[in-house]
Design a protein around this ligand. Structure first.
Ligand code: HEC
Ligand code: HEC
Length: 332
C-alpha cells in the first residue's frame, strides 16, 4: 500500500513537472492583429464587402452570408444565395480567415484574393459576372476615385476588386480572447472549469488537428476517422481537387476561434449546438465517448476562444448613378 502511494506520488509529481514544461510551449498560439496592411485598400475593400450591388439582384453582399455582427457567418445550416437558392454547404467564418492555409472546405482557393472573385460570379451566391461587377463600380464616380487612390493603375478591374476585399479581410482578426490572455500569462483570465476543458482538449487528442493560431485551418483531415460520418450533404471534400480516393471526405479543419458564435457546425451544418459537435468529434475522430461533464468542460474551454470582434463604423456606400446597370432581382 505504502509503495503504491509512493509510486503514485512520483507519477503525480512527474505529471506536474511535465505539464509545467508543456505550459511554456502550448499547441495553440495567440492571434496577432494584422500589421502590414494598405489602409486605402482596406477602406475600399470594406465598402465592397458591404455592397450588395456586387450581386445580380442588388440584394446580396459578402456580409449577407458572412455577417460581421454574427461571427462572420449567417448562422444557417447552409446559406441562401441568388434567387433564394439554398447553398450546398455551411458558411465558414471570414474572421481570421487569412490564417487558413487554403480557403473553402475543400481548399479549392489558395488565398483570400483568389477566393474573393468566386462568390461574386458564383450563380448560387451573388451571380454577377466579373465584367458586370466592374461596370457597376465604374459607373459610380466616388468608387472610381477611390480605386484610383488605392491602386496606381488606371481603370478598375476585377483584380483590384479582389485585392481590396482581401486586404479588408486581413483586418478581420479577433485578438485578445480570454484564452489568449491566459496564454500571455494572465492565469485568472479563465476559470478552473475552462482550464480543465483545455487540458481535456489536449489530452484527448483534439489538438492533433485543431492547433496553431486559428486552432484549425492548417490541415485537411478526414471527417470520420474512427467511425464514418453520416450525412445527406453531397460535399465530398478534397477529392474534388485531387481526384484521389483517399481524399474523399477530407475537409479543411475548421478554425475553432469564435466557435461560440459560428453555429451551426460541420460542413453540412447538421450539429446545432457546440455540445453536439464536441460529442460527435470525440466519437468519430478519436473513438472517445465523453461524459456530459467532460463535454461541458470542453465547451466551456471553447467559449474562451471568442476574441474581440471587428469594430468600425458601418461604411456609407456611394449612390448609384443613371449609368449604373440595374439590378435583376428574380432572374437566372
Ligand atoms: C450566398 C452566401 C455567400 C456570399 C454572398 C458570400 N459567401 Fe463567402 N462563402 C460562402 C460559403 C457557402 C462558403 C464555403 C464554400 C465552400 O467551402 O465550398 C464561403 C467561403 C468563403 C471564404 C472561405 C473561408 C474558409 O475558411 O475557407 C471566404 C474568405 C469568403 N467566403 C469570403 C467571401 C467574400 C469576400 C464574399 C463577397 C465577395 C463572399 N464570401 C460572399 C457563402 C457566401
Ligand atoms: C483527425 C482530426 C480531428 C480531430 C482529432 C478533431 N477534429 Fe474537430 N474537426 C475536424 C474536421 C475535419 C472538422 C470538419 C468536419 C466537417 O465539417 O465535416 C472538425 C470540426 C470540428 C468542429 C466544428 C467546427 C465548425 O465550425 O463547424 C468542432 C467544434 C470541433 N471539430 C471540435 C473538436 C474537438 C473538441 C475535438 C476533440 C474531442 C476535435 N474536434 C478533434 C478534425 C478533427
Amino acid at each position: 500500500m505504502k509503495t503504491k502511494i509512493h509510486a503514485c506520488l512520483i507519477i503525480w509529481v512527474g505529471i506536474l513537472v511535465f505539464s509545467e514544461s508543456v505550459l511554456a510551449n502550448e499547441p495553440i498560439e495567440p492571434i496577432i492583429p494584422a500589421t502590414e496592411i494598405n489602409p486605402a485598400q482596406v477602406e475600399l475593400g470594406k465598402k465592397l464587402f458591404f455592397d450588395p450591388r456586387l450581386s445580380k439582384s442588388g440584394s446580396i453582399s459578402c456580409n449577407s452570408c458572412h455577417n460581421l455582427s454574427m461571427g462572420g457567418t449567417d448562422n444557417l445550416k447552409t446559406s441562401i444565395g441568388h434567387n433564394r437558392q439554398q447553398g450546398p454547404i455551411n458558411v465558414p467564418t471570414v474572421l481570421n480567415s487569412s490564417l487558413n492555409i487554403f480557403q473553402f472546405w475543400d481548399g479549392r482557393a489558395a488565398d483570400l484574393k483568389e477566393l474573393a472573385g468566386d462568390p461574386v460570379a458564383n450563380p448560387g451566391e451573388m451571380a454577377l459576372t466579373h465584367a458586370l461587377a466592374v461596370s457597376v463600380l465604374a459607373s459610380i464616380p466616388e468608387y472610381v476615385s477611390e480605386f484610383s487612390k488605392a491602386f496606381d493603375s488606371g481603370d478598375i478591374d476585377i483584380d483590384q476588386v479582389t485585392t481590396a476585399i482581401a486586404e479588408f479581410e486581413k483586418t478581420l482578426m479577433t485578438p485578445n480572447s480570454r484564452f489568449d490572455q491566459w496564454l500571455a500569462g494572465s492565469k485568472q483570465a479563465i476559470s478552473e472549469q475552462e482550464l480543465a476543458g483545455y487540458k481535456l482538449f489536449k489530452s484527448s487528442g483534439c489538438v492533433a488537428c485543431h492547433n496553431g493560431k486559428a486552432v484549425g485551418g492548417n490541415s485537411f483531415q478526414k471527417m470520420g476517422v474512427v467511425e464514418p460520418y453520416q450525412t445527406k450533404n453531397q460535399a465530398q471534400g478534397l477529392v474534388n481537387l485531387t481526384g484521389k480516393e483517399s481524399d474523399r471526405f477530407r475537409f479543411k479543419v475548421p478554425t475553432l476561434r469564435n466557435i461560440e458564435l459560428t453555429y451551426p457546425y460541420f460542413h453540412d451544418g447538421e450539429a446545432a449546438t457546440l455540445s453536439e459537435a464536441v460529442d460527435i468529434m470525440g466519437r468519430l475522430q478519436l473513438g472517445k465517448q465523453f461524459t456530459v461533464e467532460e463535454i461541458a468542460k470542453i465547451v466551456a474551454f471553447l467559449k474562451t476562444l471568442t476574441g474581440d470582434q471587428p469594430s468600425f463604423l458601418l461604411p456609407v456606400l456611394p449612390p448609384s448613378t443613371d449609368k449604373t446597370p440595374q439590378p435583376k432581382l428574380f432572374e437566372n
